[in-house]
Design a protein around this ligand. Structure first.
Ligand code: SAH
Length: 225
């Protein structure tokens, strides 16, 4: 699966993809993540990618030309299943969207900055708009990294233990159960006996009960659906 991310601040995306699971996915050739600097597609002398908003008001608006040039250059090389704009007014990202997107081939992701991007970019090029939550960040880079992480870990072969993604919160209708590791007794705070019993069926029952109780307490809305 290939991701092309267009940003005015490519440096912000250097670290998130250079470690752990995301790095491994790239090393294994399962995911290719390419970051494009929007400024490379600016043709004016100052290499500026934004301008004042028509109609006045505060904040700069990212211009259509550099985006159009970059998107067109990428589309000339391959077909894209989705061109996604990260935006607080988009559909809120969730596990089911991540699952759906993890089955695709090529995804382009546009990162906004400042006040946002010229509406015509959204109208003409974007096929989907996603938010990572009801709060506003300075740019779309961190949301893009969140989106790519959520998707890549679901591609078969990325996680060593395939089942570990399946038991995660939101993968089914339940949140994840509590987890423990050694020591079994830390200053009198003990791990539940059942987890030390070696009895797989009992452990599975306990985990299911705990997951259910946690979901009822924290996210009863998940059980209503
Ligand atoms: N004026 C815009 C916010 C601009 S924030 C509004 O009120 O909707 C600048 C950029 O950061 C956005 O264009 C978007 O790409 C990104 N961004 C900010 N918050 C985000 C969020 N919650 N989810 C996804 N992208 C976000």
């Amino acid at each position: 699966m290939r991701f092309d991310i267009i940003t005015v601040l490519p440096g912000l995306l250097e670290s998130p993809f250079a470690h752990s699971i995301l790095q491994r996915a790239q090393n294994k050739g399962i995911a290719e993540i390419v970051v494009h600097s929007l400024r490379d597609y600016a043709t004016n002398k100052q290499k500026s990618v934004d301008d004042y908003p028509y109609g006045g008001g505060s904040g700069m608006v990212m211009s259509i030309e550099p985006f159009a040039r970059c998107i067109t250059a990428l589309k000339n090389e391959r077909e894209y299943d989705e061109v996604i704009f990260m935006s607080p007014d988009g559909q809120t990202l969730n596990q089911s969207i991540a699952n759906e997107l993890s089955g695709l081939g090529n995804i382009m992701i546009l990162c906004g900055h400042y006040k946002g991007i010229d509406q015509r970019i959204r109208d003409l090029f974007v096929t989907r708009e996603l938010s990572i939550g009801d709060y506003v960040l300075s740019g779309g880079e961190l949301p893009a990294a969140v989106l790519v992480d959520a998707i890549v870990r679901l591609i078969p072969g990325v996680l060593n233990d395939e089942t570990s993604a399946l038991s995660d919160s939101f993968q089914g209708e339940l949140l994840d159960a509590p987890i423990y590791t050694r020591p079994a007794d830390w200053n009198g705070h003990k791990v539940p006996d059942v987890l030390l019993s070696g009895h797989e069926a009992k452990i599975n029952d306990w985990r299911h009960e705990q997951a259910l109780a946690r979901t009822q307490a924290r996210r009863p809305d998940l059980l209503e659906d």
